[in-house]
Write a protein that binds this ligand. Structure first.
Ligand SMILES: C[S@@+](CC[C@H](N)C(=O)[O-])C[C@H]1O[C@@H](n2cnc3c(N)ncnc32)[C@H](O)[C@@H]1O
Length: 251
């Protein structure tokens, strides 16, 4: 693991204490089964109807895993390099008696066998932590069975540009769509190194890994809003704030 990835992992280990401190609230949230958004379910519907084995990369608090099982998945394997996050998610899954197994490992070098997944699910703040987007896409393709699908629901790559001003949307002076990286300046991994991947980078990496793109949708709604109720004008409908990508492993 290189020094920047190692430093990010330390930051995430610290930030993931939140999943322990807020264990009961997250357990109650998991029970509500409202983690997956309507547009996720729309694109995932046909795959979930086939009772897939799912590998969830960067599974975090694991709420999506409980919902994926409730919506049709046969089994979910969550992967995260934070042992704190994985342990809290595992405890919740055991308490809820659902079939999720958590593995502590670094994406994109995973101790999972080739073709183990019908569906690789990821996003909601995942891709910005990948130092090498091509290595990520190649690992996704390795994990998928032929015909298996990748689904990503993620912050739109333009999001680092938007200011959080409430009066009107502005582009931050210190950001560029074409920058390769920047330092995170908001919760939870404040101070960590993020990598920026344009929509073109992400799509091209998938295609080069042998994944055929089936859908690429852009949404005005961010995948996450701060708990304090802050409402940036950039999130109110005029700008892209999240996207979904559905791709199928060829062969
Ligand atoms: C913003 S959180 C999102 C997690 C999840 N999608 C959710 O909604 O809870 C990012 C997660 O990615 C994990 N992570 C970041 N880089 C990683 C890597 N290279 N390998 C494995 N996990 C990683 C962090 O530990 C953290 O749990």
């Amino acid at each position: 693991m290189d020094a920047e990835v190692a430093a990010n992992r330390v930051a995430w280990e610290r930030a993931s204490r939140k999943h322990v401190d807020e264990y009961d609230e997250l357990l109650a949230e998991a029970r509500r089964l409202e983690s997956l958004r309507a547009w996720e379910l729309e694109l995932l519907g046909p795959t979930l109807a086939e009772a897939p084995v799912v590998v969830h990369l960067q599974s975090g608090h694991g709420l999506d895993d409980v919902d994926l099982l409730a919506k049709g998945a046969r089994k979910v394997v969550g992967v995260d390099y934070s042992s704190t996050a994985a342990a809290a998610a595992q405890r919740r899954a055991c308490e809820l008696e659902v079939g999720v197994q958590y593995v502590v490992a670094e994406v994109p070098t995973l101790p999972l066998r080739d073709g183990c997944a019908d569906l690789v699910y990821t996003g909601k703040g995942a891709l910005i932590w990948m130092r090498d987007i091509q290595a990520w896409a190649t690992e996704v393709a390795r994990l998928l069975k032929p015909g298996g699908r990748l689904y990503v629901y993620e912050a739109h790559p333009t999001v680092p540009l938007w200011s959080w001003d409430e009066d009107k949307p502005r582009i931050r002076d210190d950001r560029s769509y074409f920058a390769r990286s920047h330092i995170n300046d908001s919760f939870p991994a404040n101070g960590a190194q993020e990598w920026q991947w344009s929509l073109g980078d992400i799509v091209t990496a998938c295609v080069r890994a042998g994944l055929a793109i089936e859908a690429l949708e852009e949404y005005a709604e961010p995948f996450w809003r701060p708990a304090d109720g802050h409402r940036a004008a950039a999130w109110e409908g005029r700008l892209p704030n999240s996207f979904s990508l559905l791709a199928r492993r060829e062969g």
